[in-house]
Design a protein around this ligand. Structure first.
Ligand code: NAP
Length: 509
């Protein structure tokens, strides 16, 4: 099931050893350890399990246990129960070694075997690659060469690969060729933590678990779709990585196109594994890659200058640490995409994402067409917006439907009123990192929320021609938006060309 609430009512994942490459890294301490602890607290981690951390730093089992004990105190998203944590810590091990060295993997193989015997574990192993993307191919190759990826009829070997998968279309293809010469596609879990978010998973339930929406979910009733992923943060300490990436690679190629495909896909034959992934990839394949002149007409890029965020002065992108002072990397992107199939032909899908914007929010807006008749008079009708459905992904998870109602009193005066649903009202939801569902799904072998290679390839086919044009034509106006605004003015003009406007951001309470 793709949309289970992780509340402890499910059966635990399969007993396994979890190997974390990059055990001393930022992702491990801030997300993976708290997520594994949350699963344990919810009784969704198998009772019998072990964790082996691998990184280059010299350390040992005892030092690793004390390191993760101090990390969990800092980063846990729920109170830490001492007995639960003690059990977690005593099942945790560490080996140090360089990913480039085959010795590291020989050592790892021996450690997996030792730990398996100590705890009487089956041979299932989940390898989590919480490491720089430049090591993804190498580590899988080394695992394969060391014989650590071989499955048996009774045991599995699965690999979770972090993002980004490739830097462009060609490098994604090369990486995939390298990886799949050692493991099957069915062993590869390409993670997108966006898909671990409750509201994103709820898109499917919302669309296919209610009978009222599907009949109107098409070009006859829907005027436009907007997806906004806005951050107030700048590049923080990730300037070195970001300056080689930019927002289009960092957000659009993976998260946003994946969310778009959930919004636009046909109903799947079932809610698990390949049925959903088959439908998602069809959406991406229906988005025709843009010709150079279409890139110029349908995309806008931006880079933030100095400005005010929350009343505080913040520096321009080009003044951030580890960023080239003459950088042309985009920190904002807006584009109009068309899903060229029978359901969506001519419906614009506007997407935008950026750093140092006016608000921190992720929203999906479905704009419905106007009523066919102006029954209440043009003046009255002009006052209100057509119906709109807003799916709030973060930080205020929920759904709002804007409808119209008559104001009380004589005469006809119409107001926009929201029908509101907030995830906070669900008592069962628990503080989570967004990685719990994905780790759990990997342990039960559910690949629904992970990217299959064909969708990675299809996303790069959409994004790559845009990046090519931008690379050939250097931006002449960077920085072109002040921090704390909604990006360059050209972004508003892009949407206005089809008679639309960006949805005015409102935080749901
Ligand atoms: N951080 C996040 O919030 C975040 C969010 C989304 C995705 N990601 C993705 O998650 C992955 C990891 O990111 P991160 O921020 O955690 O990276 P990081 O803090 O730089 O950690 C990298 C880890 O790799 C280890 N390492 C580096 N070179 C090695 C080598 N030659 N041999 C063995 N170990 C080596 C480091 O070990 P030492 O410490 O011992 O040097 C460290 O444990 C990346 O793919 C990133 O794109 C991260």
């Amino acid at each position: 099931m793709a949309t289970k609430p992780l509340t402890g009512h499910d059966t635990p994942g399969d007993s396994c050893t979890i190997v974390i490459f990059g055990a001393s890294g930022d992702l491990t301490k801030r997300k993976l350890l708290p997520a594994l602890y949350n699963l344990k607290a919810l009784k969704l981690l198998p009772e019998n399990f072990a964790v082996i951390g691998v990184a280059v730093t010299d350390s040992n089992d005892e030092m690793f246990r004390s390191q993760i004990t101090s990390d969990i105190k800092q980063f846990a998203t729920r109170p830490v129960d001492q007995a639960e944590w003690d059990d977690f810590a005593k099942r945790s091990y560490y080996i140090s070694g360089d990913f480039n060295s085959p010795d590291t993997f020989a050592h790892l193989g021996a450690k997996i075997e030792d730990v398996r015997k100590t705890w009487n574990l089956p041979g299932n192993v989940l390898f989590y690659l919480a490491i720089s993307p430049s090591f993804f191919g190498k580590v899988v190759e080394q695992l394969g060469n060391a014989g650590l990826t071989k499955e048996t009829p009774d045991t599995w070997r699965r690999i979770i690969i972090e993002k980004p998968f490739g830097h462009d279309l060609q490098s994604a293809r090369d990486l995939n060729t390298q990886i799949t010469s050692h493991v099957q596609e069915s062993q590869i879990y390409r993670i997108d933590h966006y898909l671990g978010k409750e509201t994103v998973q709820n898109i499917m339930v919302f669309r296919f678990g209610n009978s009222v929406f599907e009949p109107i979910w098409n070009r006859r009733y829907i005027d436009y779709v907007q997806i906004t992923v806005a951050e107030q943060l700048g590049v923080e300490l990730r300037g070195g990585y970001y300056d080689h990436s930019g927002v289009t690679r960092d957000m659009v190629q993976n998260h946003i196109l994946s969310v778009l495909s959930l919004v636009a896909m046909e109903p799947p034959a079932s809610i698990s594994g390949d049925s959903v992934r088959n439908e998602k990839v069809k959406v991406l394949e229906a988005i025709r890659p843009m010709e150079p002149e279409e890139v110029l007409a349908n995309t806008v890029r931006g880079q933030y200058g100095a400005g005010l965020i929350g009343g505080k002065n913040v520096p321009a992108y080009r003044s951030e640490p580890d960023v080239n002072p003459a950088s042309n990397t985009e920190t904002f992107v807006a584009m109009k995409l068309n899903v060229e199939n029978w359901r969506w032909a001519d419906v614009p899908f506007f997407i935008r994402s950026g750093k140092r914007l006016a608000a921190h929010t992720t929203q999906i807006v479905i704009g419905f067409k106007r009523t066919p008749l102006l029954l209440f008079g043009k003046e009255v009708q002009d006052d209100f917006m057509p119906n709109r459905l807003v799916i709030h992904v973060q930080p205020d998870e929920g759904i709002t439907m804007d409808i119209h109602a008559k104001r009380p009193g004589p005469g006809i005066s119409i107001a926009n009123v929201p029908l509101d649903f907030s995830y906070n009202e669900f008592g069962e939801s628990t503080a989570a990192t967004g990685y719990e569902t994905l780790l759990y799904d990997c342990m039960i072998g559910d690949m629904t929320l992970f990217h299959r290679y064909d969708s990675v390839d299809a996303s790069w086919r959409i994004v790559n021609p845009i990046l090519d044009v931008w690379q050939a034509l250097h931006p002449r106006d960077f920085p072109n938006y002040a921090s704390g605004t909604w990006g360059p003015e050209a972004s508003d003009r892009l949407v206005a060309k089809t008679g639309h406007a960006w949805h005015h951001y409102e935080l749901k309470k």
